[in-house]
Design a protein around this ligand. Structure first.
Ligand code: CP
Length: 329
């Protein structure tokens, strides 16, 4: 699908459509820049579905994945994305690194920089940590999730999944449900989907919805059934108990009774509503297995597939200047 909001020669956007050195968040991206990354990702879906999943455009470049928090989907998909594009990909094992001897984040980043990394992909538990590193190093930095702040490639892969399944994003009603307070996924999705003109609702218990969330251009619902009413997309969020210091929810069982997505609850949404979850899922807590595994409604495995394509697009686009691609230097 073409990107209708793409810049034109006289729009003052410069010569190429992604004038950013890093991807630290969706915040600050123009709608046409988000659309451009989604368009770029489309080409990789077909390659990834074929048998020869290889393109050599990043040959000679070194991608370092530095994950200070656990990950399955994001870490593996960045590794696969880099390898499919021909890069040398190194995953830093934080548990066996000098971080465990007390080395600071900045010193760690400067060490990776001195090894002449061409891209550094970072996940960190502290909001803002990725920007801190991006400001110090010489190469593009990609945010693979920082604290509660942002998870931009998740926002992009979710937008791509919706665009492919629904044919559009503008005008869709998207309900983002559950633990919005602790969710960097929610924040990146709100920024991406509102930029692309979706009507976004946030739905959850009052204790798990940030104050003044309406300033992000969304509608707040604390009644789950009302929030789901007529929604085209139902995006469930993981209950992040590891980030909770107090009693945000009475118990997982009670949370499921009030805010768990079951087939009965899903019936409140549009008849063809798409069900999404970024993973990892707490089955039986925020989502019932019968919904998560429903092949007609659930896009959860497709989200994972789109994650590889989106990360290939981001690695390609952010290294174009470095590779001396005409118009990008
Ligand atoms: N969605 C997501 O970030 O999953 P991982 O924590 O497994 O990377």
């Amino acid at each position: 699908m073409p990107n209708p909001a793409a810049p034109t020669a006289d729009a003052g956007h410069g010569v190429h459509p992604f004038p950013h050195r890093h991807l630290t968040g969706i915040f600050g991206l123009q709608p046409w820049e988000i659309g451009f990354l989604l368009d770029e990702a489309e080409q990789w879906i077909a390659l990834n579905r074929g048998t020869a999943k290889h393109d050599n455009r990043l040959a000679g470049l070194t991608v370092i994945n530095a994950f200070f928090e656990n990950s399955t989907r994001t870490l593996l998909s960045f590794e696969i994305a880099g390898k499919r594009l021909g890069a040398d990909v190194v995953n830093m094992s934080v548990a066996q690194s000098s971080v465990k001897k007390g080395e600071t984040l900045i010193d760690t980043a400067m060490t990776l920089n001195a090894m002449r990394a061409d891209v550094i992909v970072i996940r960190h538990e502290a909001s803002g940590a990725v920007q801190l590193i991006a400001d110090k190093v010489d190469c593009p930095v990609l945010n693979a999730g920082d604290g509660r702040h942002e998870h931009p490639t998740q926002g992009l892969l979710d937008a791509l999944t919706i665009r492919r399944r629904k044919g559009r994003i503008a005008g869709l009603v998207v309900a983002i449900c559950g633990d919005v307070l602790h969710s960097r996924v929610a924040r990146s999705n709100i920024l991406a989907l509102t930029a692309l003109a979706a009507e976004v609702r946030v739905v959850g218990p009052p204790t798990l919805i940030p104050a003044a969330i309406e300033r992000m251009g969304v509608k707040r619902f604390t009644d789950f059934d009302a929030g789901l009413d007529g929604a085209d997309v139902v995006m469930m969020l993981r209950l992040q108990r590891e980030r909770m210091s107090g009693g945000f929810v009475p118990s997982p069982r009670e949370y499921h009774a009030l805010y768990g997505l079951t087939p009965e609850r899903l019936a409140r949404a549009a008849p063809d509503a798409l069900v999404m979850h970024p993973g990892p899922m707490n089955r039986g807590v925020e989502i019932a297995s019968s919904v998560a595994d429903d092949p007609l409604r659930s896009a959860i495995t497709e989200q994972v597939e789109m994650g590889v394509a989106v990360r290939m697009a981001c690695l390609d686009v952010l290294t174009r200047a470095r590779r001396g691609i005409e118009g990008w230097a």
